[in-house]
Design a protein around this ligand. Structure first.
Ligand SMILES: [Zn+2]
Ligand SMILES: [Zn+2]
Length: 175
């Protein structure tokens, strides 16, 4: 009787250990290329913001359920420094999106930055974006953002050039 298909045995080698820089790493949480790839002690790699999201919720690796150390968010093991991506990027000659956070202005992560800019270019009044597992409303008309769960806690946002601001860091990662 048939042993018809035994052609592909998955679960093979861990070859693609993904030491390459972020670009080709797919994050198993958001299913997109990793932004600020961070490696957990178990070896799995996700976007920093995605880890932050799961650290707030299940506190376990989304792949293997190993616990995420309590101090991981403060001291993440990042595979690249966020500020390797420098001010050169930006729209219309260097404009980027910032939000007001601890002691000053913070830059959005590159993906969120692009999503907001796209909405801005389309003249949308606001855009909803999933950040850290929560939906944020980015209100472009009023220049503020809030988490949909806590709409009273608003933070200022703005579109500006990085050289006009003292920027503390990016997406919660200190400069
Ligand atoms: Zn992700
Ligand atoms: Zn894991």
């Amino acid at each position: 009787m048939a042993e018809a298909s035994r052609k592909s045995q998955l679960g093979g080698p861990h070859t693609k250990e993904a030491t390459e820089k972020g670009d080709n790493l797919e994050c198993a949480v958001c299913l997109q290329n990793c932004v600020h790839p961070a490696q957990l002690p178990c070896g799995h790699i996700f976007c920093f913001l995605c880890v932050k999201g799961i650290a707030n919720q299940s506190k376990k690796c989304a792949m293997c359920r190993q616990e995420i150390p309590k101090d991981f968010i403060e001291q993440p093991n990042l595979l690249e420094k966020p500020y390797q991506r420098e001010a050169s990027e930006g729209f219309d000659g260097g404009y980027q999106w910032f939000y007001e956070g601890k002691n000053g202005w913070w830059r959005y992560d590159p993906r969120t930055n692009e999503d907001i800019e796209q909405a801005f270019q389309l003249n949308l009044p606001l855009v909803e974006i999933l950040i850290c597992g929560e939906i944020y409303v980015i209100d472009i008309t009023n220049n503020w953002q809030y988490c949909k769960k806590t709409p009273t806690r608003k933070r200022s946002i703005k579109r500006d050039k990085i050289e006009n601001l003292v920027v503390k860091g990016e997406a919660g990662l200190l400069r």
